[in-house]
Design a protein around this ligand. Structure first.
Ligand code: DLL
Length: 434
């Protein structure tokens, strides 16, 4: 562990620490950000009223909309001269949100990412190729500072230019690759189709640090087999800090949340009620140590559940289940709730398909239509038409029996669905364009 005192702290002691830090964080927000003061006052809440963790339920939520309304720096809690960096999340819907960091916040950000890397077995002997985008996105610089903090050799290559990625991987002796899972898949495809001379097994690559978008366990297996690595999940969001909110450990079942910096709750997304441990709902974050941009009960829209399982890695930190989707990515198709990752899991189980797909939603009259475009492998595509129609029937049947919806399946030629170097765009919603 990078910080055993914090990561393996007894549960009772951690709760005390959280309460003490919550008191500081809530007061910090209340005293320095007019938005929080107004919200707390009108809800009849004052930071002094926080006597136990359960009292958090009385604190009003922070929404993405409030962040947008205070664009760009309205929620900063320190004078601008104390802010040393900003990042911004472009978001799939609406305006960007801007987040700020003091020197100390950057320290915390670097440490939590370093902790993640240790979760994946990294040390200062490792060579980490950071192929997340550098810039306003938190992925590149986040991984970069964390890798340096650990003392690893850090390669700031950023995303794209796959030929150069491969050259660097081989020549610099990369042991860990950090990028989105969709870019990792893109690299695997590229090697197979364009660089058959490149033997990934001849490189030192042993692990992948993948996140920034939902990805299924089936996709994990596929990437692991094709790149001959262990693939680990890293999760985070700009509003809370960036990557490093939670990480998978060697057990690869659930991500440990760094609870000494982030207080987490699960709520029912419809009623806002806090749900008991183990139940699935929307995860809500309160920062415990952030100075420049504190967040108090931020509604992330990410759907997961929290649990303790006496993890074999020795960390006592609560675990969150792999995030399979966001409540605003959830597709409601003729009344049925569907996450793109559920469709991904089905596609990955059907032989002959490639893990590249796109979901197109449209509306005919009052009814929603869903079409799933999916690439098939070369062999099947060059086979007879009969094979193709059997395959699309098989996929359609599976989707109907697992998800209860009927979808139009369109099989497309290999390499026709746009590849991504960052976050993949899985859903095209034509209903919103009408
Ligand atoms: O994506 C931070 C990040 C960078 C995480 C690099 C991991 C690696 P945002 O651009 O603000 O920040 O997007 C945050 O992406 O609320 C989730 O919906 C989604 N997300 C991030 N990591 C995962 C993951 C970065 N491992 C939003 N699994 C979050 C599923 C993820 N979804």
């Amino acid at each position: 562990m990078f910080n055993k005192d914090m990561e393996a702290m007894p549960l009772g002691k951690r709760k005390e620490l959280q309460l003490e830090r919550l008191r500081w964080s809530l007061r910090h927000a209340y005293e320095n950000v007019p938005y929080y003061r107004k919200q707390f006052d009108s809800a009849g809440f004052h930071p002094d009223l926080l006597r136990s963790l359960a009292d958090m339920q009385r604190v009003p939520f922070l929404t993405k909309q409030a962040m947008r309304d205070n664009y760009p720096f309205g929620l900063f809690a320190v004078p601008q001269k104390k802010v040393v960096r900003v990042h911004s999340s472009s978001g799939t819907t609406g305006n960007a949100t801007v987040v700020g960091y003091t020197k100390n916040d950057i320290e915390v950000f670097s440490e939590v990412v370093a902790r993640c890397l240790v979760c994946y077995g990294a040390s200062d002997e490792d060579v980490i190729q950071v192929a997340y985008g550098y810039g306003l996105f938190t992925g590149g610089l986040g991984l970069h500072y964390g890798a340096e903090k650990l003392g690893a050799l850090t390669i700031p290559i950023s995303g794209g230019n796959t030929d150069r990625q491969l050259m660097v991987m081989k020549d610099f002796g990369t042991t860990m690759l950090a990028c989105t899972p969709s870019y990792a898949l893109n690299i695997a495809d590229y090697i197979e189709k364009k660089r058959p001379d490149f033997d990934i097994r001849q490189t030192k690559l042993k692990a992948g640090i993948f996140g920034a978008e939902p990805w299924s366990d089936a996709l994990r297996k596929e990437i692991e087999q094709r790149l001959h690595i262990d693939a680990y999940d890293i999760y985070g969001l700009s509003e809370v800090i960036g990557p490093g909110v939670s990480a998978e450990c060697s057990a690869k079942n659930g991500l440990h949340v760094f609870e000494d910096h982030f207080y987490v709750e699960i709520i029912d997304p419809d009623t806002g009620e806090v749900l008991p441990e183990g139940e699935r709902g929307e995860i809500v974050y309160t920062s415990l140590t952030k100075e420049a941009f504190p967040v108090v009960r931020y509604r992330s829209r990410d759907i997961t559940r929290l649990y303790h399982d006496n993890c074999s890695c020795g960390r006592t930190l609560v675990k969150m289940e792999k995030v399979t989707g966001r409540s605003d990515d959830m597709l409601i198709i003729r009344g049925v709730n569907v996450f793109p990752s559920q469709i991904e899991t089905i596609l990955m189980e059907v032989e002959g398909t490639e893990p590249h797909y796109q979901i197109v939603l449209d509306r005919q009259g009052a009814l929603d239509d869903i079409e799933v475009l999916v690439e098939v492998n070369e062999k099947i595509f060059s086979d007879e038409i009969k094979m193709l129609s059997q395959l699309s029937k098989k996929i359609g049947d599976r989707i109907r029996s697992v998800l209860g919806i009927s979808a139009k399946i369109t099989l497309v030629e290999p390499m026709t669905i746009a590849r991504s170097e960052g976050k993949a765009k899985r859903v095209i919603d034509k209903r919103q364009m009408k």
